[in-house]
Write a new protein. Structure first.
Length: 519
């Protein structure tokens, strides 16, 4: 049943919770917590101060910090200022953060002390960009930097704009396309909260009685929609972890009143290995959910048997405000399947060659239509037109369904690699490799991995100076996030391509058993 009452502007949701459950903890992390009354007040003040910094309606503010209560507050405060919240991976190298900063044309950077120096270096030379840093500060802040905490605790002459409608863009999350260039996905309050109202609340039963443990990176749409917006919509308490740690998660699940846990398959694999046969004796955990990559059936069964708790797998993508397909905790389930389409969404499986819908059991490209579909890509009309056809979003993923409608993802037209829930596009990695000394030609493909699902491996045609693994790794680590760095390097005589120049990655994968990896 669609929970339409949850689809309201963020300011309305916050004000309602402040009135009815003001003393309840909304978010907490290892350093601090914030109640619903405080959250409403702090985000209002932040929104007003952001306006005072010159942030205009529709402009972007960049969130560049580790997972924290302040990250969640920033996601809410920027839309209250009439602006668009953009979040970047805090572990990204400066080149990637700089690209997002330039492409989004962000006018404010919200950061933490750990990333302040990097933020200042990025902003240097870029005019009209302010920085707000979290935390308490005994010494005067550097020029051009203001205190986030001072903004959150002091009133402005006027309140926040709170002017965004449900259909205005409120969040922009970056994803990489087949060209390797990150694209800003434009999401509205309606699209994101619709997923909460159609999936997390009715299917997973997420409610104000839950305490959700979130080790997910908050710059992902999965975490934004469930852990930030979902928590605020239903009035739950969300415990935010700075990052995933097997030991810390197990300790929290065993000792804290956690009822709901959100993760990706790799996390559940690590938890199963770390817990052993002990399980979670005496815990209050009622449900786990997984997205980001498809859960192997064997892992799903082993986790449920060991932990004695239901683990629901689903499929979602940034361009649809996350969830498209989800398993239900009741009724029939097929392990290894990502479940049934979320009510209210329409899906098609289309033969990429003919444009016709395929039959039961046949692979087709997954197309999605419904309220969760993005507005488009930021400043990329051609890419938007390619992805959206008459209201249908073409995911680029191949899937098939059984006679009962259960969908299973079977491949990726776009050749995206999912490493432990992190999306990697070969073209982006290849672009870096081709810029390194000693590399004449390059291709990247996936190799199966027991715990991560798959990892990227690089096939390289040596140049005159030859291939040096240490130099290759150093060059990749300088320009790529750690999860995008190839796990292995192989020297090959040539990269197989089609007549039109497209790389035939499957031929390279077939050679893996015959090739020796570079030392």
């Amino acid at each position: 049943m669609l929970r339409t009452e949850l689809i309201r502007p963020v300011a309305e949701l916050l004000d309602a919770h402040a009135q009815w459950r003001g003393g309840k903890v909304a978010f907490d992390d290892a350093a601090r917590s914030v109640t619903y009354a405080e959250l409403a007040e702090r985000t209002a003040r932040l929104g007003a101060h952001l306006e005072g910094l010159g942030l205009q309606p529709g402009q972007r503010g960049l969130i560049f910090m580790d997972n924290s209560v302040e990250t969640a507050e920033s996601y809410l405060a920027l839309p209250r200022a009439g602006a668009v919240a953009v979040c970047v991976n805090p572990l990204s190298p400066p080149a990637e953060v700089g690209y997002v900063l330039d492409d989004s044309d962000a006018k404010v950077v919200l950061t933490d002390p750990a990333h302040l120096d990097a933020a200042r270096e990025l902003v240097a030379g870029r005019t009209g960009v302010s920085i707000a840093v979290t935390g308490e500060h005994a010494d005067p802040l550097p020029p051009g930097v203001v205190s986030y905490e001072e903004m959150a605790t002091t009133d402005q002459a006027t309140g926040p704009r709170d002017s965004l409608t449900l259909d205005d863009v409120a969040w922009m999350l970056y994803t990489s396309g087949t060209t390797g260039r990150p694209k800003g996905v434009l999401l509205t309050q309606r699209s994101c909260l619709w997923v909460v109202a159609a999936c997390w609340a009715p299917i997973a039963g997420f409610s104000d009685t839950d305490v959700l443990l979130c080790p997910l990176p908050l710059f992902h749409s999965y975490a934004l929609d469930l852990c930030v917006l979902g928590g605020v919509a239903v009035g739950a308490t969300v415990r935010i972890m700075r990052r995933f740690s097997t030991g810390e998660v197990l300790d929290l699940l065993r000792t804290e009143p956690i009822t709901f846990f959100a993760g990706v398959p790799t996390m559940f694999s690590y938890l199963l290995e770390g817990a052993g046969a002990d399980g979670l004796d005496g815990n209050r955990l009622r449900l786990c959910v997984s997205a980001g990559a498809i859960m192997p059936a064997s892992l799903n069964r082993a986790f449920e048997n060991t932990f004695e708790v239901t683990l629901l797998d689903g499929y979602g993508i940034t361009e649809t405000s996350t969830m498209v397909v989800m398993n239900w905790p009741t009724g029939h389930r097929i392990m290894g399947s990502c479940g049934l389409p979320v009510p209210g969404l329409t899906v098609r499986l289309v033969d990429p060659a003919t444009g016709r819908d395929v039959g039961t059991g046949q692979d087709g490209e997954l197309w999605v239509s419904g309220p969760g579909v993005m507005v488009g890509y930021h400043n990329l009309p051609d890419a938007t037109a390619d992805a959206l056809t008459d209201g249908w979003y073409r995911t680029g993923d191949l899937a098939h369904r059984d006679e009962n409608g259960f969908l299973t993802i079977s491949g990726r037209i776009k050749e995206m690699i999912i490493r432990g829930g992190e999306n990697i596009y070969p073209a982006e990695v290849e672009d870096v490799l081709l810029g390194l000394d000693g590399v004449r030609d390059a291709a990247v493909a996936s190799r199966p991995h027991d715990s991560l699902g798959e990892v990227p491996v690089a096939f390289l045609v040596p140049g005159d100076s030859g291939l040096d693994t240490a130099r290759l790794l150093a060059g990749c680590r300088e320009r790529l996030s750690s999860f995008k760095v190839p796990a292995e390097f192989y020297a090959v005589e040539q990269i197989p391509r089609t007549g039109s120049g497209k790389i035939m990655r499957y031929k390279l994968q077939q050679q893996l058993g015959e090739l020796s990896r570079l030392p």
